[in-house]
Design a protein around this ligand. Structure first.
Ligand code: ADP
Ligand code: MG
Length: 379
């Protein structure tokens, strides 16, 4: 297998130029690869760091032909790239993850059916597509969350419904065509696993992260997660089953709910590096982005072990004062507060602008430092 590996000096392609693309570009270029980014946005975070930014739509034939000709392998930073684009590129160049994995992840319903087909536990749900389904939902156990099947992220496209009447109202508000109605779980914890799987089917997991959300958006991730050995093993097994089930190649993230009754349920997956894996940039020997480069290039996985306890804080545009930047002085006084900004010109409420990894001798110390600095920055 190693003889087919793509080595530094080669050019890699990435579909999507957001922050995940940017951190991918940064990892790949540090290793000596050139990177072509395809993103229609002229000021995309990844575009400015790439060897070449193709500013075109994801189905632009000329741009795709350019990638096919110049890239030794292509990956994607987000799941809503048209899967036809991946299919087309795959005629000419290795594409990881595959279009088939992306297709499942693009739709919540198909994702849930896939998890069930592997015998994995998920929250009770009902597919809502027709008037009959809405009628059936009268017997569903509320409170529940209505989620659009496609294009939802960061809690968008979701409405909590306390009863059937609220469901009917919610359906008229969102105005999508297909949904899942999901039982709201009484959560004890949320954790995620970021793993990678290579072309030979070998899986390597980063340590579990414990995640706290605010308004449906990730706020803090802490690693290692505080979880029993038994639960950790069960969660890693489930995530590994998913990677094998997809015959996946690349970095894959799986989000889990742990209920107040200690039940482990799969929430969702992402066929790419994940926000809850940003801690790996500073706290692991290999970052999730380097791991993606290694997987698509047919190399072995880097060491995914954690060398320092860490708490990651996701910074949203909400903390940016009008027409200015937050005062970074306080933060940068701390030698173990690692700042990552995504180069987005405009800060909007809810927009991911950057993150900070707080390294410390223990997760408790990391969380304490995070809370202190957050308090100073968020006035
Ligand atoms: P997204 O694609 O926006 O990340 P998720 O389904 O992961 O969508 O939902 C975002 C967050 O909302 C979750 O991480 C969790 O905090 C909360 N949430 C979603 N579904 C449920 C549920 N069934 N029960 C309890 N909390 C939920
Ligand atoms: Mg999620």
């Amino acid at each position: 297998m190693m003889s087919n590996s793509i080595l530094p000096g080669a050019t890699l392609g990435i579909l999507g130029g957001g922050q995940l693309g940017r951190m991918f570009v940064s990892a790949a270029r540090a290793m000596g690869y050139e990177v072509v980014v395809l993103d229609p946005d002229g000021s995309s975070p990844a575009g400015s760091m790439a060897t070449k930014h193709l500013q075109a739509k994801y189905d632009d034939r000329e741009a795709l032909d350019y990638m096919a000709k110049h890239c030794a392998a292509v990956s994607t930073e987000f799941e809503n790239i048209p899967s036809d684009t991946l299919d087309y590129l795959a005629n000419f160049v290795p594409v990881h993850p595959s279009a088939s994995a992306l297709r499942i992840a693009q739709n919540r319903y198909s994702e849930k059916i896939f998890f069930q087909s592997l015998g994995l536990s998920i929250a009770n749900f009902l597919s809502i597509e027709s008037e009959d389904d809405i009628e059936l939902a009268k017997d569903f156990s509320f409170p529940a969350i209505l989620k659009t099947n496609t294009l939802g992220y960061d809690g968008k496209g979701q409405i909590v419904c306390q009863n059937h009447g609220e469901l009917v109202d919610a359906l008229s508000q969102i105005g999508s065509v297909s949904y899942v109605l999901e039982k709201r779980i009484d959560l004890a914890k949320e954790v995620s696993v970021v793993l990678c799987r290579n072309q030979a089917g070998e899986v390597d997991c980063f340590p579990l992260a414990e995640n706290q959300h605010s308004n449906g958006i990730l706020d803090i991730s802490i690693a290692p997660a505080n979880l029993s050995q038994e639960m950790t093993v069960e969660i890693i097994d489930a995530a590994t089953k998913i990677a094998h089930g997809l015959d996946y190649c690349g970095v894959l993230a799986v989000e889990f709910f742990i209920s107040s009754g200690n039940e482990i349920l799969i929430n969702e997956m992402a066929p790419r590096p994940h926000n809850s894996g940003h801690y790996t940039l500073d706290a692991c020997y290999t970052s999730q982005f380097e791991q993606q480069v290694r997987m698509m290039c047919g190399l072995s996985a880097g060491d995914s072990a954690l060398h320092t306890p860490v708490a990651m804080w996701n910074m949203l545009g909400n903390i940016w004062p009008e027409s200015a930047s937050p005062n970074w002085d306080d933060l940068l006084k701390h030698g173990k507060a690692k700042l990552h900004l995504y180069g987005k010109a405009e800060a909007r409420v809810g927009r991911k602008m950057g993150h900070v990894n707080f390294l410390a001798d223990s997760t408790a110390d990391a969380v304490e430092l995070l809370a202190l600095i957050k308090q100073r920055l968020v006035k």
